[in-house]
Write a protein that binds this ligand. Sequence first.
Ligand code: NAD
Length: 443
Amino acid sequence: MAFDYGKFVSSGFGKQLATSLGLPRPTKLRRQSPGDPLIGGAVLVDGHGDTPVSERVRVLLESEGVQVATSPSTSVAGVVIDMTQIETPADLETLRAIAGPALKTLAPTGRVIVVGRPVEEARDVAQAAARRALEGIVRSIGKEMRGGGTANTVYVAEGAESGIDATIRFFLSGRSAYVDAQVVHVGEPVGELTQPSDWDQPLADKVAVVTGAARGIGAAIAEVLARDGATVVCVDIPAAGGPLAEVANRLGGSALQLDVTAEDAGAKIVDHATSLHGGFDIVVHNAGITRDKLLVNTDADRWHSVLDVNLLSILRMNEALVSAINAGGHIVNVASIAGIAGNRGQTNYGASKAGVIGMTSSLAEELRSKGVTVNAVAPGFIETEMTAKIPLATREVGRLTNSLSQGGLPVDVAETIGWFAWDANRAVTGNTVRVCGQMLLGA
Ligand code: NAD
């Protein structure tokens, strides 16, 4: 049986050993189930001056029946600090004065969200410095928090305040359990922001295509999108036909056996989705492979196969998918922190995933006029069949070297993808969000 560090340090002897040696003890994270409240307690909303952003957050919380706290001394489940009005680094004192006391009373699996304005839109150098400083503070708070709490930064462009609700909702909820120390940019919405009639079914009436859906993260993505109301086209290679059919049948979707590297893969997906479901609204490019070796030992075959599956196939398929996707659709790419930080033995994989991140921001601009959002997730250490095969010591290092002291679950990646696919989330495009529990590897 595989050794499970998390279980071990929760047992009597393990707990004692962990305490005496100062070893990390992971907290069970708060994950979303249908019917759950947005957050399980009051949320403190405060900031530098009173601004349209904090007012929006208050209205959102009240509409969800969440108590809005006004004093940092009240025990809270979350803290939203509005720093959009700061002028100079001296104004950062407000954040210290609010967050310091609030962190003392923050409940386990608490949430800290700091909202600022984009650095690029700063009036002068001092304001740019102050705005960028928010990230440094929030990332450090993420490392100081205990009990499965997370801290994230949201930059909202001037005039784009109406688009912030979806991101606040995501970060306060259990959907963002493993998303920590991230920076989300909220800008001018791509098309019209529309709220679902039921927040347990934000993808009702949508058709989603998910590649690599037979197992692991892809199967979890299909599951979450279906739970949230979408009909899912599950795509995977013919060799995975059995488990693929099982996933598709369980979720009431359809299965399409297809190698994503085939020249006509995009056209086949379009034909399948159009003939069976009348079109498609969401595409998740998740299929991916690794062929790890140090660069000195990486032959052309290892190089090309990884780039072909992880990057070139997406570019090829998009030629057909982009013109066929329903207006107002969403494309989400699965990158990796290896595409941000690099990884020993993964030059081919790092190239492919960094390429995915570059493609995401470029395609987002291209598809703005079509009302289609394009974003990416960059998972860290996620518990899948792939990571279960990593040797014990390396695996435990991967699991523990993050602020939440545990690996993420496929559902954590899936929830982030689901959020990118909300029509209420049209103000977030061209973003890459890591789902890594603030892994020490990388930025
Ligand atoms: P996995 O190996 O468990 O699943 C990948 C799926 O993709 C499999 O079902 C496989 O059959 C399918 N696939 C592979 N090549 C294909 C092709 N040519 N055509 C169609 N389908 C194909 O992997 P996973 O851990 O679930 O990873 C899913 C994605 O997440 C990948 O893009 C991976 O790079 C990325 N990722 C995973 C982790 C992690 O910790 N597991 C971390 C970062 C990024």
